[in-house]
Design a protein around this ligand. Structure first.
Ligand code: GZL
Length: 319
């Protein structure tokens, strides 16, 4: 082979190598994720699950954004992911409405969307390919069933509602009320949002305990453990015994709530599993490979109280 041909072949081989190298970069699946925020222990565990799982998968390139519980930040992040040309977008919507336009933009850009943890209300199909998360209505039902089975047919309930307009707040309330509607002795006498945070939960519980109905409250139903833990502080500061004077049932199943139940300061937590990062990236890989994925992927969860919480169970909790 003459010298000129050798040079051309070498250059072509080098180009292939570079292309090959750049091709290996493009083989990474680029995922844009918008997280609600860091409002609760549950959310922090959710974020750790997502970031931890992405770090284990060399084929995943994760761009993660924290919306600080603001919808406008989530919409901005999703638009950034679209302009960046990611392969898949996923997010946990802070509220269930107001995402239709940006989801249509993602669809027009040909970028599949996976809903994580929470669902959205949209008027047309095809704006997301799958929803991975818990059944919040069932979680609300489980909380109400625990009250009926462990407190009885008559109880005045104070309710700490989650973030107004969010799927878990809407659906947990719906599930709780679906069960108690057939039991008129169970009455919700106070209800206000604590925005899923410990600080706000404490503040609202303090206002409940200063209200005319204060001494009628027999049960606290909190839409998440963080608000319940804040309420426990408020109940103690008011000179009452949480878990005894006021029974406490909440949702999430975080370790600090397990510890409070073990101490007798709370009574029940309905598990809502945040550790679904692996399920997310399994779905992402299937989508990227052109495979079909289930439209709905539910999480598996239990109900925990003093009957099944031991120190060993607490020590074994992963979040
Ligand atoms: C539920 C999740 C909720 C948790 C809260 O899946 O969206 O948001 O219950 C968190 O702790 O703020």
């Amino acid at each position: 082979m003459n010298k000129f041909a050798t040079v051309i072949m070498a250059a072509a081989a080098a180009a292939l190598l570079v292309t090959g190298c750049s091709k290996s970069d493009s083989s990474k699946i680029k995922v844009g994720f918008s997280q609600v925020g860091a409002e609760s222990d549950w959310r922090k565990a959710s974020t750790e699950s997502i970031k931890g799982e992405a770090a284990k998968r060399p084929n995943i390139e994760l761009t993660f954004s924290d919306a600080q519980q603001k919808q406008e930040n989530q919409i901005k992040a999703i638009r950034n992911f679209i302009s960046k040309g990611v392969d898949v977008i996923s997010f946990s919507p802070v509220v269930s409405t107001g995402f239709e336009d940006v989801l249509k933009e993602a669809k027009e850009a040909g970028i599949p969307v996976v809903l994580f943890d929470r669902a959205v209300d949209v008027s047309e199909d095809g704006l997301y390919v799958s929803f991975i998360g818990s059944d919040f209505v069932e979680e609300g039902r489980r909380a109400a069933r625990w009250v009926l089975e462990n407190v009885g047919e008559n109880a005045n309930v104070a309710e700490l509602v989650g973030t107004v307009g969010s799927a878990p707040a809407i659906d947990r309330k719906k599930g709780f009320e679906e069960i108690i509607k057939d039991h008129p002795g169970i009455k919700i006498i106070k209800s206000q949002s604590g925005d899923f945070t410990r600080a706000k939960g404490k503040e609202v519980m303090e206002s409940f305990l200063k209200s005319p109905e204060a001494d009628q409250i027999q049960v606290l139903f909190a839409h998440n453990d963080d608000m319940a833990l804040g309420a426990i502080q408020a109940i103690e500061e008011a000179g009452k015994k949480p878990g005894q004077d006021i029974k406490i049932v909440s949702i999430d199943g975080v370790k600090t709530m397990f510890e409070a139940i073990l101490e007798g300061k709370a009574n029940c937590t309905v598990e809502c599993n945040p550790l679904i990062g692996a399920q997310l990236f399994d779905v992402v890989e299937k989508i990227h490979a052109g495979e079909t994925v289930p439209a709905r992927i539910p999480s598996q969860e239990g109900v925990f109280d003093s009957k099944n919480i031991t120190k060993e169970v607490v020590d074994g909790r992963k979040y």
